[in-house]
Design a protein around this ligand. Structure first.
Ligand code: XUL
Ligand code: CO
Length: 441
């Protein structure tokens, strides 16, 4: 059965194309800095937003028209797999990602849920044999069901802790079965609403114990995926423990987990935390902790996780700048944890949304690479910090000074010369690169 009638393979047609079902900038085989766009960008489709989501919001029911909606139960789950692989093929995307409950319905018991998962995983494995699309990461949903009302690994109930562990155990087995490159932990309800009823120390210690047991089990079954923590500051709980990269990194170090994890950084989570996307990427990168990316964008006027498809070229350029500087994403990728707007309810919108996301990151990649090749931003930064390359600055950086020498130096100063931060001309340069990256094509 064909689910996306009338939509053919999406090809690259160049920046002058007016075909809505063509890439204008994402040219998978085009080499940028020695590697193809496809190899660098490693795009992934998020199963939950594209095949499971119905586009409901807190004020309205689902609007999504999906060709698989006529099915129910396991038949619906199977139809979604068929539709998903047709979609992957037509979009030419190398990866996908899912939660357990996205692919298979929960049964009336854990055992039954696991059986449903086994049925669908066997089917996905079969489809993957004839597909170039691989599993970037999987995870489990330990936040939607009422049993997780007080959290999962940070729940006040030991039974829930055990249930959450059993689900992650299954998730790790599924990841191994399907050859997942990474395994993600987003702490859905791992946080708290009020300290008035919360034992914060016990919850944090339990989270640490949970992650250690997950590492042990992955090792036991020979699942060698990169483990990723996905920080988010709020929503659903008002205080999420993995607030941002900095707090997540402190947590990992405190519980001696830092060598086993990297971060999966989501743009909209970064902005909810009061950071820019590039701040989170940079913080992870300079600490050797940048693993993967959930590519989306928030709405500048809304204070929740709107999960829009990325279209802001400034943001994708600065993000790709960090990713290139990181030497790429390794086993990670750019997963579109993004949903079409509630008003964009047709199946065709799913293609159009991914096209704008892929094109936006392709532009970002090209512009960022050119900025780097021309040393356009680095040269300014190097100059700005040049006082640490010589004299007292250099001695301090090399660990050859103490407060006595620094005081001596300060006392002898007659004048401190400052340089301009040049922010406006840096922005002008970025605009110039953005507008000329595709000139002449
Ligand atoms: C929620 C979110 C999740 C994670 C995976 O905001 O981003 O979908 O990416 O659980
Ligand atoms: Co996400």
């Amino acid at each position: 059965m064909t689910y996306f009638e009338g939509i053919n393979k999406i090809n690259y047609e160049g920046s002058s194309s007016t075909n809505p079902y063509a890439f204008k900038f994402y040219n998978p085989g085009e080499k940028i800095g020695g590697k193809t766009m496809e190899e660098i960008l490693r795009f992934g489709v998020a199963y939950w937003h594209t095949f499971t989501e119905d586009l409901s919001d807190p004020f309205g029911v689902g609007t999504a028209i999906r060709p698989w909606n006529k099915f129910t139960g396991l038949d619906l789950a199977k139809a979604r797999v068929e539709a998903a692989f047709e979609f992957f093929e037509k979009l030419g995307v190398p990866y996908f990602c899912f939660h357990d409950v996205d692919i298979a319905p929960e049964g009336s018991s854990l055992r039954e849920s696991n059986q449903n998962i086994d049925t669908i995983v066997a089917m996905i494995k079969d489809y993957m044999k004839n597909s170039k699309t691989k599993l970037l990461w999987n995870t489990v949903n330990n936040f939607t069901h009422p049993r997780f009302v007080h959290g999962a690994a940070s729940s006040s109930s030991a039974d829930v802790f055990a249930y959450a562990a059993a689900k992650v155990k299954k998730g790790l087995e599924v990841g191994k079965e399907l050859g997942a490159e990474n395994y993600v932990f987003w702490g859905g309800r791992e946080g708290y609403e009020t300290l008035l009823n919360t034992d914060m120390k016990l919850e944090l210690d339990n989270l640490g114990r949970f992650f250690h047991m997950a590492i042990d089990y992955a090792r036991e079954i020979g699942f060698d995926a990169q483990f990723l923590i996905e920080p988010k500051p709020k929503e659903p709980t008002s205080h999420q423990y993995d607030f941002d990269v900095a707090s997540g990194y402190a947590f990992l170090q405190h519980y001696d987990l830092q060598d086993h994890f990297k971060f999966n950084i989501e743009a909209n989570h970064a902005t909810l935390a009061g950071h820019t996307f590039e701040h989170e990427l940079r913080y992870a990168r300079v600490n050797g902790m940048l693993g993967s990316v959930d590519a989306n964008q928030g709405h500048p006027l809304l204070g929740w996780d709107t999960d829009e498809f990325p279209s802001d070229l400034y943001a994708t350029t600065l993000a790709m700048y960090e990713i290139i500087k990181n030497g790429g994403l390794g086993r990670g990728g750019l997963n579109f944890d993004a949903k079409v707007r509630r008003g964009s309810f047709t199946p065709e919108d799913l293609f159009r949304a991914h096209i704008v996301g892929m094109d936006s990151f392709a532009v970002g990649l090209k512009v960022a690479q050119k900025l780097m090749d021309d040393n356009a931003l680095d040269s300014i930064i190097e100059e700005r910090y040049s006082s640490y390359k010589e004299g007292i600055g250099r001695e301090m950086v090399e660990g050859k000074t103490d407060f006595h020498q620094l005081e001596e130096h300060a006392l002898a100063l007659t004048e401190i010369k400052q340089q301009s931060g040049k922010l406006e001309s840096i922005k002008a340069t970025i605009n110039q690169y953005l507008l000329t990256a595709y000139a002449g094509e």
